[in-house]
Write a protein that binds this ligand. Structure first.
Ligand code: ADP
Ligand code: MG
Ligand code: MG
Length: 220
């Protein structure tokens, strides 16, 4: 089953006419784990944003003053509604969310805190993974989920992502670092340069990249 098919995707800055994405092609099947690497400014985040900005995709928003539990319950019920299913009342939702929080190593007290308020970098990322777990996303798009994490937090987040993977969903992660790919083993690695994917391979591509730098892969 194809989860994402992108053909010749282009994006232009309206004011300046500057082309940011110049024909991105990418197909993701269920069960695959894709990584996109590339120099700063190559268009990775723009690509992720264009994907999640599509009306077929949703991303959780931050709402100050709302408890994490209520937020997750609302997001989950909104999804259930779109599926034509009734929402879960708080007590039942608690039974649903508790094991998922445990699976990402999150203390249940975090559910009572306000969304992201005072969360450390690692806690925020862990919470994002919990949101993905609750929403049972078919395709998770993670832009630099490893940035700003210490080694232990990175391991935790990676473990949580691995825990979400099934043969029926997939992850697209954007990263600068091989250290993330050591924890979450990608089936496909892509290199983006100036708004398009210029090379695709397996994890050995990332290893080569770490050794030789982006110059080795430049087609420009
Ligand atoms: P990456 O995530 O690979 O570092 P980005 O997608 O963030 O790259 O940015 C790609 C290029 O597009 C950069 O040159 C950036 O300055 C430019 N860019 C991205 N968004 C905008 C915007 N809203 N307005 C102007 N330029 C932008
Ligand atoms: Mg950047
Ligand atoms: Mg970026």
């Amino acid at each position: 089953r194809v989860l994402l098919e992108v053909k010749d995707l282009r994006a232009v800055i309206a004011e300046s006419g500057q082309e940011i994405l110049r024909g991105v092609n990418l197909t993701i099947y269920e069960g695959e784990v894709h990584a996109i690497m590339g120099k700063n400014g190559s268009g990775k985040s723009t690509f992720a944003k264009v994907l999640v900005g599509h009306p077929d995709y949703e991303t959780p928003v931050e709402i100050p003053g709302v408890s994490n539990f209520d937020f997750l319950n609302m997001a989950y019920n909104a999804r259930r509604k779109r599926q034509g299913l009734p929402g879960l009342p708080p007590l039942e939702f608690y039974s649903y969310v508790s094991p998922k929080a445990a699976a990402v190593n999150m203390d249940l007290r975090f559910l009572d805190r306000n969304v992201n308020e005072g969360f450390s970098g690692g806690e925020k990322k862990r919470n994002e993974i919990l949101q993905l777990a609750v929403l049972e996303a078919d395709l998770a798009i993670l832009d630099e989920i490893d940035s700003g994490l210490d080694v232990d937090a990175l391991q935790d987040v990676a473990k949580a992502v691995n825990g979400l993977l099934t043969p029926y969903n997939s992850v697209l992660m954007i990263t600068h670092y091989l250290r993330l790919l050591d924890c979450i083993n990608p089936s496909h690695v892509h290199i983006m340069e100036e708004g398009s994917i210029v090379k695709t391979g397996d994890v050995s591509l990332a290893k080569q990249l770490e050794k030789e730098g982006y110059k080795a892969f430049s087609v420009l």
